[in-house]
Design a protein around this ligand. Sequence first.
Ligand code: HEM
Length: 192
Amino acid sequence: MNNTSSKYGLVSIFLHWLSALTIIGLFALGYYMVDLTYYHEWYKTAPELHKSIGLVFFLLMVMRLAWRVTQITPSHLPSHSAVERKLGKIIHSLLYLLIFIIMISGYLISTADGRGIAVFELFDVPALGSSIENQEDIAGLVHKWLAYLLIALSALHALAALKHHFIDKDNTLNRIIGKGQTLENINEKTVN
Ligand code: HEM
């Protein structure tokens, strides 16, 4: 369940892959829905789904961040260079930051008219009391361009993991799919 100094626990692994799937799904749905015409059968449903999943995802990300700060982070592998460690840290922080700004801007687009958001028709998230001028347009631009940037950075993040796996042949990718080795194995590998 918990992380150790050499491995990610089940909760971190589950939250990582569920977030990845949700981001790809929300991006694809968002991209698809903005071009739907009024008479399309998904015209109303697709944005409702996008907003509901987006708001549930916000809760998931709060849990993920809480888990992240209360758990040990597995230490870097010896094969990670100083530059890779620094770059990894910057990219990971940027990914978290972008996700939160995208979720907040999505909320601001949807509530610009003063109406709250129904989440799967289960409960409502209220709008803020007041809105700023052109809120919908400004939040819309932020949402769109940061969503593109998020997908580009996520692709870079995935490419880095593949580089570690296939070129450096280390455990970076294995650790996040639950196939990580124990600290003893890793030490053994460094010694050899
Ligand atoms: C990481 C999470 C999210 C991603 C990756 C994402 C992605 C996208 C994308 C790619 C678009 C299409 C942008 C365009 O081409 O104009 C879009 C539109 C939209 N999203 Fe999101 N979204 C996310 C979360 C949310 C949340 C939490 C909400 C609201 C609660 C939301 C509300 C909207 C709305 C209302 C639009 C339509 C904007 C318009 O009509 O111009 N999104 N989203």
